[in-house]
Design a protein around this ligand. Structure first.
Ligand SMILES: *Cc1c(COP(=O)(O)O)cnc(C)c1O
Length: 374
C-alpha cells in the first residue's frame, strides 16, 4: 500500500509555480460539478467577467483554455496563422523562441526579430522588420520574458504592428495580475496567460482573450484550423453558446473553482494595488540584494520584470550548489537560468501571494546563509 502523498510545503520563489493562496487550495476541494451543470455554467460566466477585469478588456471572447500557458500559446498561434502567412516573432528568450517554433509548426512563414537575452525587444528593430516585410499579417512577442527577466514595451510594439496593419499576439503569461497590462488600451488582439504565476493559483489553466479583429481574422480563414482541441470555432459553443452549451471537453471543474477564487482575491485587492505591491516588494528585494550581497539583476532598470528577477551569479560561485542548499536547508526554491543564460543567473520570483515583505526577507537571509555556507 502507498501512503497518502504528503508534499513538503515549499517556499516557491522561482519563475513559477508560485505558492498558492490557502483560500484557493481550499476551493479545489469543493464537491465536483459536471461541466454542463447550470451552476458550473454560472461559474464560467463569472470567470469570464473576472478575466475581463484582470486583462482590462471588454473583449467578449475572453475565456480559459483547459491546459497550461503553453497550450494558450499554441491556441493563439494555430487559430491566427494560415499556411504561408507571414508572422514576425520577436525573440529575446526561451519563451519567445517557443512561440517561433509553434508558429513554424502550424505553417507560418516566420520572420524573426532577434534581441539580446536580458533586453526588452527594440521597437526600432520591429519597425525595420515590418518595413522589409510589408505583407506581415501578425506580430507576436512576449510581454514579460520569464527566461531573462526582461519586460518589453507591449504598448509601443503593438502600436508599430498596427501601423503596418498587422495583428498582435502577446504572451502575458508572467505579466497577468502582477505588472501593468491594458489589453484594450494597448490594442493587443490576442493575449494568453497561465494560472500559476501572478494569479497564485494551481497550474493547468490558460486565460485567453481575442479582440473582435482577431475573431474576424479567424472567421475569415480560408483554410481549416490545424488543431481539434484548440479550434476557436469548436471552443466557442462551449464557452459562448447562447441558451445551450455544447460539450467540447470535460472542463476541470475543481481547478476552475480555484481560478475563480484566485481571480476574486485579486479583484478584491484591486489590480492596480496588486501591480503596486509587486513593484514595491521587488524594489525592496533588489536593494537588499545589492546592499547586503552585492548581487544585481542582469536587466537594465527600466526594462525589468518587477516580480521576476534574473540575478547575475558571481563568477566564483557554483550556482547549482547554492540552489540545492536553498532547497535542502531552507526549503526554498529559486530558478536556474535557461538557454543562453544557463549557469549564469538565478531567477527569483515574487509573484502573487508571495509578493510580500516576509518573503523578501526570507529570500535574502537564506541566500546570505547559503552563500556563507552556514
Ligand atoms: C511559464 C511561461 C510559459 C509557459 O507556461 P506553462 O504554464 O509552463 O505552459 C509561456 N510563456 C512565458 C513567458 C512563461 O513565463
Amino acid at each position: 500500500m502507498y501512503e497518502t502523498f504528503k508534499p513538503v510545503n515549499r517556499i516557491l520563489m522561482g519563475p513559477g509555480p508560485a505558492n498558492v493562496h490557502p483560500k484557493v487550495l481550499e476551493a479545489l476541494s469543493k464537491p465536483t460539478l459536471g461541466h454542463l451543470d447550470p451552476q458550473f455554467i454560472q461559474l464560467m460566466e463569472e470567470i469570464k467577467a473576472l478575466l475581463q477585469y484582470t486583462f482590462k478588456t471588454n473583449n467578449e471572447h475572453t475565456f480559459v483554455i483547459s491546459g497550461p500557458g503553453s497550450l494558450g500559446m499554441e491556441a493563439s498561434l494555430v487559430n491566427m496563422i494560415e499556411e504561408g502567412d507571414k508572422i514576425i516573432v520577436c525573440v529575446g528568450g526561451y519563451f519567445s523562441n517557443r512561440m517561433a517554433q509553434i508558429a513554424e509548426k502550424v505553417g507560418g512563414n516566420v520572420v524573426l526579430v532577434k534581441e539580446n537575452w536580458g533586453r526588452a525587444i527594440s521597437p526600432e528593430k520591429l519597425e525595420d522588420a515590418l518595413k522589409q516585410n510589408p505583407d506581415t499579417k501578425i506580430v507576436a512577442f512576449v510581454h514579460a520574458e520569464t527566461s531573462t527577466g526582461a519586460l518589453s514595451d507591449a504598448k509601443t510594439l503593438s502600436k508599430i504592428a498596427h501601423n503596418y496593419n498587422a495583428l498582435v499576439i502577446a504572451d502575458v503569461v508572467t505579466s497577468l495580475g502582477a505588472v501593468d497590462l491594458f489589453v484594450d488600451d494597448w490594442n493587443l488582439d490576442v493575449v494568453y496567460s497561465c494560472s500559476q504565476k501572478g494569479l497564485a493559483c494551481v497550474a493547468g489553466m490558460s486565460p485567453i482573450s481575442f479582440s473582435n479583429a482577431a475573431v474576424q481574422h479567424i472567421k475569415n480563414r480560408k483554410t481549416k484550423i490545424k488543431s481539434w482541441f484548440n479550434d476557436f470555432n469548436l471552443l466557442e459553443p462551449y464557452w459562448f453558446g447562447e441558451n445551450k452549451r455544447a460539450y467540447h471537453h470535460t472542463a476541470p471543474a475543481n481547478q476552475f473553482y480555484a481560478l475563480h477564487e484566485a481571480l476574486s482575491i485579486l479583484k478584491e485587492e484591486g489590480i492596480e494595488n496588486s501591480w503596486k505591491r509587486h513593484k514595491e516588494n521587488s524594489n525592496k528585494l533588489i536593494s537588499r540584494l545589492k546592499d547586503e550581497l552585492n548581487l544585481e539583476p542582469i536587466v537594465p532598470t527600466n526594462e525589468r520584470i518587477p516580480h521576476l528577477l534574473a540575478i547575475k551569479v558571481p563568477d566564483e560561485i557554483d550556482e547549482a550548489k547554492v540552489r540545492k542548499d536553498l532547497l535542502d536547508k531552507f526549503n526554498l526554491e529559486i530558478g536556474a537560468g535557461l538557454g543562453d543564460l544557463a549557469g549564469k543567473v538565478w531567477r527569483i520570483g515574487l509573484m502573487g501571494y508571495n509578493s510580500n515583505e516576509k518573503m523578501v526577507d526570507y529570500c535574502v537571509d537564506s541566500l546570505k546563509k547559503a552563500l556563507n555556507n552556514v
